[in-house]
Design a protein around this ligand. Sequence first.
Ligand code: LMR
Length: 398
Amino acid sequence: LFNDVPVAAKDPILGITEAFLADQNPEKMNLGVGAYRDDDCKPVVLNVVREAESRVAGSNFMEYLPMGGMKAFTDLSVQLAFGEDAKPIQEGRVAAVQSLSGTGSCRLMADFMHRFLPESRIWIPKPTWANHHNIWRDAQVQQEQYRYYKAETRGLDQEGLLEDLSKGKAGDVVLLHACAHNPTGVDPTPEQWKEISKLMKDKQLFPFFDMAYQGFASGDCTRDAQAIRVFLEDGHLMGCSQSYAKNMGLYGQRIGCFSIIAETPEEAKAVESQMKNIARPMYSNPPLHGALLVKEILGNSDLKEQWYEEVKGMAERIISMRTLLRQNLEDLNSTMPWNHVTEQIGMFCFSGISPEQVDSLAKDHSIYMTRNGRISMAGVTSKNVSRLAEALHKVTSG
Ligand code: LMR
C-alpha cells in the first residue's frame, strides 16, 4: 500500500536539528532553529511564566475551549497587537480566534483565503520563512513573490518591493513581517513603512502581518508594532498572526492569535464565525494551557511589567551577541564586511555566506545553520562567540 510513498525531503530549518543531534562533537553549536538560549546555551523558561503557572495551578479546568479559543486571551492579544485604544477594537470590527502559534494563524488565513477570496493571490517577500511557502501551497492559494532583500547592500530593496507590489491587483493579500524579518533581520524604517502602506492603500492590497517577534526585536512591544500602527493610521483593513513562542518562550505550547480587522462589526462577526468553521475540522479547538498563561500575564499589570522586562532582557542579550560577533570577526582581520551583523535586528543574522560555506561550517566545525546562511543569534553566547567567529573567518577566507 505504501510502496510508492517517497521519503520526504528534510525541513530546511527543523531538519538541521537532526544533523546537530547526530554530531558527537561536545563543542557543536545549533544555530539553525530560532529558539532562545541563555548565555549557557540553555533553553529558558521565563520567571513570569513560572509565576503565571503557579497562579493558574489547581484551577481544575480541563474542559474544551470553544472553537475560537479563550475570549479573554484573544481580547488581550489584539490589544497588544493593535494598541489598547485602537479604533477597530473600540468599534467592534476585530474578528479573532486563538491559534496554534504563528504557523496555525497563517494556515487559518491561507484556508480562509482559499474559501472566501478565491481570486486573491498571496504576495510573499523574497526571501521569507520557508514554511510560509508550504502553508499557502497546501491551502492551494496562488503565490507571488516580491523583492525584499538586496544582497549587494545586505539591506532592504525598497525600490524593488514597491515596484513588485504595484503589480498586485485589488484584493490580493500581502504577507508582511511586522518586525524582525525572518530570515534577513532587515526591517523597513517607519518612513519606508509609510510608503508601503500608501502604495497598498492605493492599489487596494490587503496587508497580512506575521508578527512572531513582538518585543523581541527592540525589546519594546509598542515599538515592534509600529508597522501595524502605521497601517492602522492609514485606515487599512488587515489581518494579523501573533505568536507567543519567542516573546514568552512558549514554543511547545503552540499559542497564538489570528485576527482580521473588518469594515463593520457585522462583517467581523461573520468572518470570526468562518474562522471557527475552518478550525473545527482541523483540530476542533485549541489547547488550553498556553492561553491560561498568556491571559494571566497580559491581564495582570504586575506580570505584564515583569514580562516586558524579561523580553527586553532577551532582546538585549541578542543585541550584545551581535556586537561581540562583529568585534571578534573584525579582530581576526576578516576581509568581509560584517557591519550587517549589528545592523540587522531580531533573532537572526543573515550572514551572506554561501550554502557551500554553510556546509563546511557543519562538516569541519560542527556549527549548524540553515543553508541560506541564516545564523540564529539566540544560540550565540559569550562562551561560543569566538569559536563561531574563527570558524566563519576560516570558511570565508581564501
Ligand atoms: C525558525 O524560523 O527557526 C522558527 O520560526 C522555528 C520554525 O518553526 O521554523
